[in-house]
Every structure is written in C-alpha cells, then in structure tokens.
Design a protein around this ligand. Structure first.
Ligand code: SF4
Ligand code: SF4
Length: 302
C-alpha cells in the first residue's frame, strides 16, 4: 500500500475547486514563497510545532525529551531544533497541547476512508477531493495511487500545484486529474527567483504543455502588493493566460497575513512584515485590468 506524508486533511472546503471538497495537504514543496500561508507544508519531513501562547511552563516536555532538545525559560520553552528528531514524545506529554507534530505518514487506504466520509456532499454540490500542499507532485507515486482510487470511485479530483516539477511526472498523471489549480506568481523571472527561490521558466513551460494537451486548468494568481501587482506584470500575466488553449479563467487570491503565527510556531522567519493586504478597491481594479485582455477573472478560490 503506497503511503506519503500529509500535514492536514480538511473537510468541507469551499475554496479549493468546485463544490464542497475534502482537501488533502501534501507535505513538502520545492518553492519558498515569502507569502506562503502554509509554511508547515514546506519541509518534506514532519516537524515540531510550538504554540507559545498555550504553554504554561510546566516543564513536562523538558523531562520527556530523549534528545535534550528543550530547555525551560521563564514563560516558555526554548527548542534546539537541530537536536529534534522529531519523535513526538514531548507533544504526547504536554498537557496544554502547546506542542504538536506537523506531518504524518498515511497510506492511501487511510486517506480514501477520510475522503469517502463526505461523498454525499460531493454528489450534491458537484465537489470532490483536492490534493494540495505543499506540492503534490513532490510525492508523485503517492498522488498517482490516490488519483487511481478516485477514478475507480468516480470522485472528482483536483490537483492544486505550483507547477515546479519535471513535465514527465505531470504528464504521467494528468489524465487522472479532472481539474488543475495552477499557480502563476509573477512573469518576471528575476522577481520569481527572489521571492520563491526558483525560476518561473519550467513552471510556465509546464503550464503551456498541460494546456496544449487538453487538461482543464484554472489559474491561481496570488496578489502580493509591491511584488506582482504592477501594471506591466498584470498585462504580461493576462496575455500569457489568454494565449493558452482551453484556459481562460484566473482567480485572484489577495495577500493575507493569516499564516504569520505559524511561522513563529515553527521557528521560521516571516519576511513580508511590511506588506499589508490589498484593499478591495485595488483587487477590483486588478480584476478589470486583467479582464481587458479577454480572460475571465474571479476573486478568491473555488
Ligand atoms: S519531538 Fe522528540 S526530540 Fe523533538 S523536542 Fe520533542 S521530545 Fe525532543
Ligand atoms: S509540556 Fe507543554 S505546557 Fe508544559 S512546558 Fe512543555 S510546551 Fe509548555
């Protein structure tokens, strides 16, 4: 039985494709977008999460750790993450649920059982399952096996991808995918490298091939003020989308700051502290500017 690492399975999702869906979040991503609101999905391996606001400084975790990775402070604990395995002994001991492990190895059967729980909602709403992340294509065999199960059970399957993968991997699986949600962050390769850690060339090439091969695709465009919302980039993005066969829909995903606390709980720096979410008026104006190029533009996922 194939297995993989996921960090969440969310039921009743309404922004991850059509209808009511169950979203399975794969752990591991090849990009490091500065605005990522799921930083617990970036590393491929399970990692320790510490929520300082829940901690009562009881010291139980310090005593339970076999690796001496935790020390007690005045009103919190300090983690030496380099020493952490993570074994989860501390999270099982903590009486306040201040410690937990992001990421769990599950097999296909376990995930399909979760997905099947809401079949009635999928049938009624035209929904299904969305494989998201992180990046699903980083665990291609696991994704492939899950898609096979969905096909067999006639469950609509969406894959939410950043597109940064070898095309051969995408090509092997694409026929089993009913809908791709495909990110374009910026057409400017220099900016893309700076803010995601990788070039956009392979991502755009893959998108073009996927569209030419007839896959059903909706583009996701995160609107990050000062990074990708200038007129030049909006026009380039809209023209590129307009040039793709079978692909005319883009959804704008306005920048938000909901993930900031997660960075603290993972001991990671958040690099976009100075940026604020765009005003509704600004999003409306971006929508109109992109629509002027003949593409359909929505706001939010779904
Ligand atoms: S997960 Fe294990 S190794 Fe890591 S801090 Fe907790 S008890 Fe120690
Ligand atoms: S066991 Fe939990 S509440 Fe107690 S010190 Fe450790 S993290 Fe804090």
């Amino acid at each position: 039985m194939k297995n993989g690492i996921v960090f969440d399975i969310r039921r009743y999702a309404i922004h991850d494709g059509p209808g009511i869906r169950t979203t399975v979040f794969f752990k591991g991503c090849p990009l490091r977008c500065w605005w990522c609101h799921n930083p617990e999905g970036q590393n491929s391996e399970p990692e320790l999460v510490y929520r300082k606001n829940r901690c009562t400084s009881c010291g139980e975790c310090v005593r339970s750790c076999p690796r001496e990775a935790i020390t007690l402070g005045a009103q919190q604990v300090f983690l030496n993450r380099e020493n952490c395995v993570p074994c989860s002994d501390c999270s099982l001991t903590c009486p306040s649920e201040a410690l937990s492990i992001a990421g769990k190895r599950l097999n296909v059967k376990e995930i399909i059982e979760e997905i099947e729980k809401d079949r009635a909602f999928y049938d009624e709403s035209g929904g299904g399952v969305t494989f998201s992340g992180g990046e699903p294509f980083l665990q291609p065999d696991f994704l492939n096996a899950l898609l096979d199960e969905c096909k067999e059970r006639d469950i609509h399957a969406t894959v939410d991808t950043c597109g940064f993968a070898q095309y051969e991997i995408i090509d092997r699986i694409r026929d089993k995918v009913d809908l791709f949600l495909y990110d374009i962050k910026t057409m400017d390769d220099r900016m893309h490298r700076k803010y995601t850690g990788a070039s956009n060339k392979q991502i755009l090439r893959n998108l073009k091939k996927l569209a030419e091969n007839g896959s059903s695709i909706v583009i996701s465009f995160p609107v990050i003020p000062g990074i990708n919302d200038d007129d030049k980039n909006l026009a380039r993005t809209a023209k590129f989308i307009g040039s793709l066969p079978n692909t005319r829909q883009v959804n704008l995903l306005p920048y938000h700051r909901a993930g900031i606390e997660k960075y603290k709980s993972l001991g990671k720096p958040y690099k976009l502290n100075k940026i604020r979410p765009p005003a509704n008026q600004k999003i409306k104006s971006i929508k109109e500017k992109m629509e002027a190029h003949g593409i359909r533009v929505g706001i939010g996922g779904g």
